[in-house]
Design a protein around this ligand. Structure first.
Ligand SMILES: [Zn+2]
Length: 172
């Protein structure tokens, strides 16, 4: 999997991005997803075009992505001025969407989305402008839950490392 990073403004996050994508992919990308997704483009700009499910949405607020199965090229757009934590959260959220698409648990048309539950597709109208409906879409819930869980894992391992470092200091 190739990772290409374009940054037009803000803090240099090249390493953070590469580490996060590698780590998240190892957690949630299936073999199929790894085979399909050949290149991930990360674009960081001050005011990204906001597109969620091909329409404007206030929800994620600052990102959008495109997905192209045929070429296996995906672009994720993230606001460059976010804090590191928010940035990682948004990236993890979007990567979960990529996994959903690659595994065909989520199919997206221009008016409808199909979400696979227990082996069957459930149809959702995505034309509606309601923010609440957007929040309730199961693929959004899953991406949000994953991002939150991922940040907790990171936080936990960071604290463990700090505790270990403190212990090492003590024993010196
Ligand atoms: Zn989302």
């Amino acid at each position: 999997m190739k990772i290409q990073i374009k940054q037009w403004s803000g803090k240099n996050r090249e390493l953070l991005i590469r580490q996060t994508i590698k780590h998240v992919a190892s957690l949630i990308f299936s073999d199929q997803a790894l085979a399909i997704i050949k290149t991930i483009n990360i674009k960081m700009i001050k005011s990204p075009q906001i597109t969620v499910c091909s329409k404007q949405s206030p929800a994620d607020g600052y990102l959008g992505y495109h997905y192209n199965t045929q070429e296996g090229v995906v672009s994720i757009c993230i606001k460059s001025t976010l804090s590191d934590t928010d940035f990682i959260g948004v990236l993890a959220h979007e990567l979960m969407h990529l996994a959903q698409f690659a595994d065909q648990r989520l199919l997206m048309g221009s008016e409808d989305a199909f979400w696979k539950i227990n082996g069957r597709y459930c149809r959702y109208n995505i034309q509606s402008e309601s923010y609440q409906e957007y929040l309730d879409w199961p693929w959004e819930k899953e991406a949000r839950d994953f991002a939150n869980a991922y940040l907790k894992i990171l936080n936990h391992s960071k604290r463990n490392e700090q505790a270990k470092a403190a212990k090492r200091k003590e024993s010196k």
